[in-house]
Design a protein around this ligand. Structure first.
Ligand SMILES: [Zn+2]
Ligand SMILES: [Zn+2]
Length: 369
């Protein structure tokens, strides 16, 4: 399963310095300057990721376990049913796709930073705001990786604030009810412009094959999203100028495939099918029929908060041509680590695009979409 894909540790980024240099050159050549007219009302964007929920237990059985999202919230915003993670369907990759706009294989244990800078870093750099203006509030401690990148020209710079796991990286997963409390506390205290919230219970309990708690986690997440939206639409600071995006990082296997609902990580229809619920003052209230994927979220957020993302990005891929066996393994019992996976970097253009159907024709024109 994809959850076991390992990107072979740190990538030799120094070797790729010329790629970065070329990227910066291309970036300067292609990046359009930010427009000075700003037709949008959004000042705050909150992204909620309900980790690893399958279509068949959520939108495929609505209202069912998600009465808040599928009725009140859906009628107040846009809903995309043809929304997919069509690349790496495990947690750290799915989240990195959301925050960097790039699909990449990545270590799923929290040991590897994304190859490209995140929306948090772009936003903080271009707005000049302090680290408390962008937050990651996550039940899974390993998602601290979303705060930084391996890219040498961004690493360690413009990092958002992180509140993840029981007490930071390596301290274990935190109950979602506590993550909701922390998220609300951060919203009230720091009034961040950009926040990603991860709720882990559906995924965590599904991996433990605890169906009752998997389903309970879905129902709870539905309630937490409603509670967040109630807060955001009543609070005088956030009311009328806050966008809420709700999605999941990946689905789960279809029944009959490799453990069914308990696991995920391949490209079966159950793992790839996800959703996007989008509410905010700048969005139309419609069902969007066009196909979009996770990597379209970051460029959409960039439009909403008026920052630019590099149009040239680095994409690691596992190079299967360099799988090597050590001499010793020919005479000794083969060890698991005798296969060495090497990661290579490609340079490419940012493939994600703003989801233009969310906006009215007039706004689209003003945004140049
Ligand atoms: Zn996940
Ligand atoms: Zn699958």
């Amino acid at each position: 399963m994809g959850a076991r894909v390992q990107a072979g540790g740190a990538v030799g980024y120094s070797k790729y310095r010329w790629l970065v240099a070329m990227g910066i050159f291309l970036l300067l050549a292609f990046t359009a300057p930010p427009s000075d007219t700003r037709p949008l009302r959004t000042k705050y964007v909150i992204i909620v990721v309900i980790d690893g929920v399958r279509w068949s237990e959520t939108w495929g059985a609505a209202p069912g376990l998600i009465p808040h999202m599928s009725t009140t919230l859906k009628s107040n915003g846009s809903f995309l049913s043809k929304f997919f993670n069509d690349a790496y369907t495990y947690t750290n990759s799915g989240h990195a796709a959301i925050t960097t706009g790039v699909n990449q294989p990545i270590n799923n244990y929290g040991d590897e930073l994304p190859a490209n800078p995140s929306i948090f870093q772009y936003f903080l750099k271009q707005s000049g705001k302090p680290a408390t203006a962008a937050w990651i509030v996550s039940s899974k401690d390993k998602l601290h990786i979303l705060a930084d990148t391996q890219r040498p020209d961004w690493k360690g710079s413009f990092q958002p604030s992180v509140n993840a796991g029981k007490n930071g990286p390596g301290t274990g997963y935190r109950a979602d009810s506590l993550t909701l409390v922390e998220a609300l506390k951060v919203l009230k205290t720091h009034k961040p412009n950009l926040m990603l919230i991860n709720f882990m219970e559906p995924d965590g309990y599904a991996h433990a094959a605890n169906e009752k708690f998997y389903l309970r986690g879905i129902a709870r997440s539905d309630r937490y999203v409603q509670q967040l939206w109630d807060f955001l639409s009543k609070d005088k600071h956030f009311r009328g100028n806050t966008t809420l995006l709700v999605t999941t990082d990946h689905g789960r296997h279809l029944d009959g495939i490799d453990g069914g609902w308990t696991e995920h990580g391949d490209n079966c229809a159950g793992c790839e099918q996800i959703f996007l619920l989008a509410l905010g003052p700048d969005f139309r209230k419609i069902q969007i029929q066009n196909r979009h994927t996770l990597i379209d979220i970051a460029p959409t957020v960039a439009r909403l908060l008026n920052f630019e993302m590099d149009s040239v990005v680095l994409v690691p891929h596992i190079d299967t041509t360099v799988v090597q066996f050590s001499m010793a393994d020919t005479v000794l019992t083969p060890r698991k680590d005798s296969v060495r996976l090497e990661t290579k970097l490609d340079i490419t253009v940012l493939k994600g695009k703003p989801i233009k159907e969310l906006f009215s024709a007039k706004t689209r024109k003003q945004l140049g979409l």
